[in-house]
Design a protein around this ligand. Structure first.
Ligand code: 4FV
Length: 261
């Protein structure tokens, strides 16, 4: 996967390229990462990349010429790459979008600044518009880093275990199960016994129930969009029976509530 970031602040990416899984992926040639300074494509001697908006109003707009020059240079270098503009106007980024982008050979990421970029750029030179969320940033650089980070994780081998990404949050449409590591007891809180049992099947079940419960409590919306498999439906049915029993117990007088483990 090739990443080319078009920005007027390329130095913002130095620490990003230089740490953690991104650094290792670069060292292992799993990804190729580079920046192009949009200023270098400004024709005037002051390398101006912004100007006042037609129609008046506050703020500045990124000029089309330097941007078009930079995008065309990147496309010449990586003809098969898709060109993405980071903008609040775009398709909201999530794991599904990350998986789709990871299938491309390369991504040219265009980072806007000021009030945004001249509309003629989006219209003629951009393949996809991506937003990392419904809020306004001072620039597209942080959004580009978010996209590069999430896409890099989907490149086989960047996470160490070949299949690590498959076990991710959202990879199966659920939030991730609870994680524990040593010490076994921390400030009086012990790690769930099952995780120390070595019973891999039971541990797997526990983790599925943990992921389902956290998703049910924290992001029930995700359960709406997800196709639940037989096992997941079984667990939800069991919980719903338990909850119904408790409700019945409280409604119909205090017979011993029947509960299922
Ligand atoms: C943004 C977002 C974002 C808009 C004007 C940069 C700013 C400024 N990019 N997801 N949300 N961009 O707010 O991607 O040029």
């Amino acid at each position: 996967m090739k990443f080319v970031v078009l920005t007027i602040f390329p130095e913002m990416f130095d620490p990003f390229w230089d740490h953690g899984i991104i650094r290792r992926a670069i060292d292992q040639n799993k990804i190729f990462a580079s920046t192009l300074n949009i200023r270098d494509f400004a024709e005037d001697k002051h390398q101006v990349t912004d100007d006042r908006p037609y129609g008046g109003g506050s703020g500045m707009v990124m000029k089309p010429e330097p941007l078009a020059g930079a995008i065309r240079a990147a496309n010449r270098k990586f003809p098969s790459a898709k060109t993405i503009l980071l903008t609040p106007q775009g398709r909201v980024f999530n794991q599904e979008v990350a998986n789709e982008l990871a299938a491309f050979e390369g991504l040219v990421l265009v980072c806007g600044r000021y009030e945004g970029v001249d509309e003629r750029i989006s219209h003629d030179l951009i393949d996809y518009e991506i937003s990392i969320g419904d809020y306004v940033l001072t620039g597209g650089e942080l959004a580009a880093m978010v996209v590069i980070d999430a896409v890099t994780r989907q490149i086989p081998g960047t996470l160490g275990g070949e299949d690590a990404a498959e076990k991710d949050s959202f990879s199966n449409g659920l939030l991730e199960h609870a994680h524990y590591t040593r010490p076994q007891v921390f400030e009086g809180n012990a790690v769930p016994e099952i995780l120390l049992s070595g019973h891999h099947k039971e541990i797997e079940n526990w983790r599925l129930e943990s992921a389902l419960l956290r998703t049910l409590l924290k992001r029930p919306d995700l359960l709406q969009d997800k196709r639940l498999n037989k096992k997941e439906i079984e667990i939800l049915k069991k919980w719903s029976r338990n909850i119904q029993n408790i409700i019945n117990f409280h409604h119909e007088g205090h017979k011993e509530p029947k509960g299922e483990k």
